[in-house]
Design a protein around this ligand. Sequence first.
Ligand code: 3ON
Ligand code: FE
Length: 492
Amino acid sequence: MQNTISEPSHNQLSYNPKDWQKGYLSQPNEYNYTITNIDGEIPPDLKGTLFRNGPGLLDIGGLPIHHPFDGDGMISAIRFQDGQAHYQNRYVRTLGYIDEQQAKTILYRGVFGTQKPGGFLHNAFDLRIKNIANTQVIYWGGKLLALWEADLPYHLNHETLETIGLDHLDGILEPGESFAAHPRIDPSSKFNDGSPSLVNFSIKPGLSTTIRIYELDSHGSLLQKYAHTVPGFAFIHDFAITPNYCIFFQNPVKFNPLPYLFGLCGAGQCVHFQTNQPTRIIVIPRDPAQRQNIRHFDAQSGFVFHHANAFEQENQICVDSICYQSLPGVDPQANFRDTDFNALEPGQLWRFTLDLTTGQVQRQLIESRCCEFPTTHPNSVGRPYRYLYAAAAHNSQGNAPLQAIIKFDLETGLRQLWTAAPHGFTGEPVFVPRPHATSEDDGWLLTLVYDAQHHRSDVVILDAKNLEKNAIATLHLQHHIPYGLHGTFANI
Ligand code: 3ON
Ligand code: FE
């Protein structure tokens, strides 16, 4: 693949590790203000709200949490109208957040290794789950929902970000069910007369794992719900859809819960990658009449958190995903703040081609640069598409923090890179189509950038058509937002 990136590949660090670390300081404050410190101009036709979620607290009562994925969910809303922007953030008042803020100490164990103070005896057999609602936030069916994959969503007031409470989606989620943090919006669902639908899943892991799939119309009413059980334990964070299929990657892992039960580590730290085992790809038909035709494919060993997109092509399904050669465990002793990036495999963009006739899978490396948080035009979800966007490392080789935004033209192989190095650190880009757009890349990419030099975050608006020119606008916030996870744009 050729590219337009002029930066030479070199091994020099593109960042200062101390800069990177500061992006993981807690942000305990809640703000609400009009953004006035702006370079460039906010496009007057950019209208709507960028909602973002991610861990806001990296310590509780002065006690550090063990891993960012254990941090309490903090929602940011950046509202655009008439060339102006407003910022607001609020913590999701989860039951755990309220308890711990009152007690000023850690009262719950986290999935990724946060333990209550007092040693393992104090943690053993405490199997309560703290729903931290920190992974994604989405406006659907008139509800703003903060998502965390191992429990129910939290319903928030979309205007004030106040927490309304745990939500069963009007009874769609039965007791004990969860709702993953990676809903996919089908822009034109066959199962909703061609109107958009939301497709999401939940996982009930164990000796065998049940995958439940939910499809909701734009009012939040249930279109269909179905389940499939696969042998073995599964840790499935994301999935992909096409008009006819839901696609899941069952990463090769094994789960030994004993150290978790005995108070030695978190449940997520008991998940161990199996280097020589294949990644199992599960393809479930969305059409009830085809439901019995579930297909399993075995691909080369790898670990996938995030999929960019999938589409059908004759007798094939293509799935574009960020894949790691192996998944290192979360070390019970190590401090994530001292991460040695060189010791970890980078996430790389691969295309998996599933042949429905032969049952074979081919995988092809699209980009070896370290990438995460892939995304596309919302109308391309599940369809053949041309442009893929992701956060990426500044350097083309090795593993490093995300400091750039990359655009792939999957048709020509051309790539473009916008970089915030050396002091800036990027997160997930969100593509917003321009009103009356004329092409798939006619729109804006919105991303949060942590600026270590000023210890504050910027909302950056990029021209998706041409990433290599300067940002259209850089909105300097009055404070930082710790590195986040996912977000969505809503026309509200
Ligand atoms: O015990 C079982 C195992 C397990 C791990 C069952 C379970 C359902 C309780 C479970 C829980 C899983 C959870 C809660 C997963 C949450 C994941 C999460 C909050 C985030 C994942 C993020 C993934 C990536 C790739 C983030 C990348 C970030 C960067 C590159 C840096 O900014
Ligand atoms: Fe995710």
